[in-house]
Design a binder for this molecule. Structure first.
Ligand code: PMP
Ligand code: GLN
Length: 383
């Protein structure tokens, strides 16, 4: 294995899911729902396969999906993207992120990431031979946020891009307009490109609405906006994502994507096109359900003795384990199956400066109510 990839062993998600399977524990680690997406969308994928749409689709994605993404962007955010040249379908947000970073960064360039960051960011940056510069999200009055001065201080002469994930995994923070404006100011002052990971765009709660960075003044031209179907339509296994960006940036990402995967799975693309057009009411229902599950899990974790941060979006509750007398989240996550029959994600693995996240553990609530109830009943044994 090349030196620049040596720090990346098995992803924490694979490790923890394998641990859950091996120990028959409840898996509140890896974030995937345990119920299916809208039936008509599933039927579309089956029909696409039956109808013989089983060969290579066009490299940029099937026209129906690019058109549906363009309409969705316009309707929800007032953003105009030309389906012909400004939208690229990818193998999930993961490939979109990797292709974007590989297309943008020369070896030695720097990329700013908010830590804790989704694990694939660090790997994509290393694949490009680039260097990550973390800016830490810290809890202030129960909500994770950043210090704009720390963000400014992270910019140097080699900074090329900033990765922005909102709604944020794992903290559940949904960036406010003011936070996004602080990011936009830095991007514009230093002539950076923003790569935004908006896979939880529809999963926000308590009336909080997701604001895409590209909607801020001057930002559409500098933003590679990424999302995917996995979370919005409960099909994390379909790995269908997309990039919306100005033509030159999409062309750059597509040049890389051609040689990573060439194209993305055909039947899912047609089904997701249908979903973006017809199934947003279903997503509204999912969002209400998830808000209830969040409350259920938070109440249970609080009763079990965790200090709990209330997420405004995503599938996840970030907790502090210190009130239970534990100090190291990785150690606890590895012992949790034996202690309680539950699996969770130690947030410290998403930090460059692990000590800043040592005492955090993330639990997923995208699970059936009875699963959440059983998990919190088991976790109550911890104290
Ligand atoms: N970004 C974040 C923040 C995520 O939580 C995930 C996991 N779904 C991804 C990207 C990857 O998305 P996809 O499955 O569409 O590749
Ligand atoms: N995005 C999901 C999470 O954060 C799962 C990602 C994965 O398995 N790679 O839990």
């Amino acid at each position: 294995l090349v030196a620049r990839m040596r720090e990346f062993g098995t992803t924490v998600f694979a490790e923890m899911t394998a641990l859950a399977v091996r120990t028959s524990s409840i898996n509140l680690g890896q974030g995937f729902p345990d119920t299916d997406g809208p039936p008509a969308m599933l039927e579309r994928a089956v029909a696409a396969i039956r109808d013989g749409l089983n060969q290579y689709p066009p490299g940029p994605g099937v026209p129906e999906l690019r058109q549906a993404v363009a309409e969705h962007r316009k309707q929800h955010y007032g953003l105009d993207y030309d389906p012909d040249g400004e939208i690229l379908v990818t193998v999930g947000a993961t490939e979109a992120l990797a292709a974007s970073v590989l297309a943008l960064c020369e070896p030695g360039d720097e990329v700013i990431v908010f830590e804790p960051y989704y694990d694939s960011y660090a790997a994509a940056i290393s694949l490009a031979g680039a260097v990550r510069r973390p800016v830490t999200l810290r809890p202030v009055d129960g909500r994770f946020t950043f210090d704009p001065a720390e963000l400014r201080a992270a910019v140097g002469p080699r900074t090329r891009a900033i990765l922005v994930n909102s709604p944020h995994n794992p903290t559940g923070t949904v960036f406010t307009y003011d936070e996004l404006a602080a990011i936009a100011a830095v991007v514009q002052e230093h002539d950076l490109v923003a790569v935004t990971d908006e896979v939880y765009e529809h999963l926000t709660y308590d009336g909080v609405e997701h604001i895409p960075l590209a909607t801020l003044p001057g930002m559409r031209e500098r933003t590679v906006m990424i999302s995917s179907a996995g979370k919005t339509f409960s099909v994390t296994g379909w790995k269908t994502g997309w990039i919306c960006a100005p033509r030159a940036l999409v062309t750059a990402a597509q040049t890389v994507k051609q040689f990573l995967t060439f194209t993305s799975g055909a039947p899912w693309q047609l089904a997701v096109a249908h979903a973006l057009r017809e199934e947003l009411p279903w997503v509204g229902g999912l969002r209400d359900e998830l808000a209830g599950k969040r409350d259920r899990l938070m109440a249970g974790l609080t009763a079990a003795g965790f200090a709990v941060y209330r997420p405004a979006g995503t599938y996840f509750v970030q907790t502090d384990i210190r009130p239970l007398g534990f100090t190291d989240g990785l150690e606890l996550a590895r012992r949790l199956p034996e202690l309680a029959g539950v699996v969770a994600i130690p947030t410290q693995v998403f930090y460059d400066r692990r000590e800043l996240g040592r005492h955090f553990v993330r639990f997923a609530f995208c699970k059936k109510d009875e699963i959440i109830d059983e998990a919190v009943a088991r976790l109550a044994r911890l104290h």
